[in-house]
Ligand binder design. Structure first.
Ligand code: ADP
Length: 164
């Protein structure tokens, strides 16, 4: 989304906790689909300010680690009464925002299903006119980091800060 964000003049700030392990086992396709939906909404509903992605450890056991992802924006926000409906595929029938901003109105319902398949939950905090923060958790299995130097995380390119 860097190109789209640049076009709109919106920085995407990344805030990744160093406590998050470099290697975990989970469903990268589902994870990507959820993040893609939240980021595309954040970009769609934000005219000025910034978008931020936070990642931190939520809880852990010997075998599993639950991460909490947050995608926050400084966009139009969501009214309290609507916040309860946006994760529900059947409650999107009104379609007033969809008509104005485009979209199917199903992205968050799908994201919510994917999150529960990964033993997590998804919720939103939002103030109309101030912005929205979408949080979700996903449980991953711990894995031993690969020993192959070609995939040594210390040698691989990685994001360490904000992407203007
Ligand atoms: P779509 O974006 O395709 O309409 P979604 O299920 O992803 O469908 O979102 C449902 C609705 O929730 C959107 O139409 C919009 O009204 C609201 N919404 C979602 N994300 C945001 C956001 N970041 N800021 C403001 N409103 C949002």
């Amino acid at each position: 989304f860097a190109a789209q964000a640049r076009e709109k003049g919106l920085p995407i700030v990344l805030d990744l906790s160093p406590a998050v392990p470099s290697h975990l086992s989970g469903d990268v396709h589902r994870l990507r689909q959820i993040l893609r939906n939240l980021l595309s909404n954040a970009l769609k509903f934000t005219r000025a300010g910034r978008i931020a992605v936070h990642l931190k450890v939520d809880s852990q056991t010997e075998k599993h680690i639950t991460l909490r992802f947050t995608v926050s924006d400084t966009g139009i926000g969501i009214a309290k009464e609507k916040q309860e409906m946006i994760f529900d595929a059947f409650a999107q029938a009104d379609g007033s925002t969809t008509r104005k901003y485009g979209g199917t109105g199903l992205g968050l319902a799908i994201a919510s299903q994917l999150v529960s398949m990964m033993n997590g939950s998804i919720w939103v905090e939002s103030e109309p006119g101030e912005g929205s923060s979408f949080h979700f958790t996903v449980r991953f299995a711990r894995v031993e980091p690969p020993t192959d130097v070609s995939v040594d995380p210390a040698r691989s390119p990685r994001y360490t800060g904000s992407v203007p």
